[in-house]
Design a protein around this ligand. Structure first.
Ligand code: HEC
Ligand code: HEC
Length: 221
């Protein structure tokens, strides 16, 4: 008994280490972005105020929750006829991230814990991580963008389901690939890192305190 258990444990470990590179290969073979929108009613109804987000950008539970309360949709009324609402909910649920083999959908699902039902694509951990190099000036402070919700302002091929780095142009800042290699970007990273360093080490305060101490001593003398 013990021996068979040991053997199956060894087998399991061997299998899992073998399976890893196989899975990684499989990942690279997946279509790179997310599946494009394939429902004309959806394309029409859900693009009145923002671009029609692909169903593969959120899990089914998120779409269900959102579609159940369109009357209060981020402060707007996006209500639909009962029949349309039902048809679009079905479309979204059937094509949600967990049912897709596209690379971004897989990554979205992997980053999300099972007990979370985000109502925003932009709150999904994978999305937060991917956008953490953007500055407020490029998004909220950018009158041509306003919020991260307007994907197509920067992802010039978002309507095709492609979010490739190659196709990113931040309005007013230009091509992202070029920007990432510019002195301005490197300088921002350096300054960001320095700020973080002082935050962690508290060196700034330390020096100041010492100077204040010296100052007080002189006074005492
Ligand atoms: C009347 C306007 C309007 C309509 C119609 C509308 N929306 Fe929205 N939607 C909004 C607003 C406003 C936001 C929030 C944008 C922001 O925060 O800048 C939003 C946000 C969203 C988000 C979250 C985006 C993010 O930040 O990650 C999703 C997903 C979404 N809508 C899906 C839909 C779907 C699906 C439909 C069609 C059933 C739809 N919307 C129709 C106005 C609308
Ligand atoms: C202000 C511009 C801007 C907006 C708006 C924006 N993005 Fe991005 N996005 C970026 C940048 C910059 C990156 C980082 C590219 C890099 O360096 O890897 C990125 C990365 C991504 C990636 C990963 C791409 C890759 O190759 O790794 C995905 C997927 C993505 N964005 C989807 C979205 C979606 C969906 C929305 C809307 C809900 C959105 N983005 C809104 C600028 C933007």
């Amino acid at each position: 008994m013990m021996k068979t258990q040991l053997i199956s444990l060894i087998m399991a470990v061997a299998l899992s280490t073998c399976a890893m590179p196989l899975l990684a290969d499989d990942d690279d073979n997946k279509a790179p972005g997310v599946a494009p929108v394939s429902n004309s009613l959806y394309a029409k109804e859900c693009s009145a105020c923002h671009f029609a987000y692909q169903p593969g950008l959120m899990p089914a539970r998120s779409w269900q929750k959102m579609m159940a309360n369109l009357a209060d949709h981020f402060g707007e009324n996006a209500e639909l006829e009962a029949e349309e609402q039902k048809a679009l909910t079905n479309y979204l649920v059937n094509n949600a991230a967990e049912s897709s083999r596209y690379k971004r959908s897989v990554k979205i699902m992997r980053s999300l814990s099972k007990d979370k039902t985000p109502l925003r694509i932009t709150e999904i951990p994978y999305m937060v991580r991917k956008h953490n190099e953007l500055s407020p000036k490029m998004v909220m402070g950018n009158s041509e963008v306003k919020s991260l919700s307007y994907c197509e302002k920067c992802h010039t091929r978002a309507d095709t389901g492609s979010y490739s780095e190659r196709d990113i142009i931040v309005p007013g800042f230009g091509s992202w690939e070029e920007y990432e290699h510019s002195p301005a970007f490197l300088d921002r990273i350096k300054r960001g890192a320095k700020g973080l360093y002082y935050e962690l080490v508290g060196d700034d305060d330390h020096d100041k305190k010492h100077r204040d101490d010296d100052h007080d001593k002189k006074h005492d003398d």
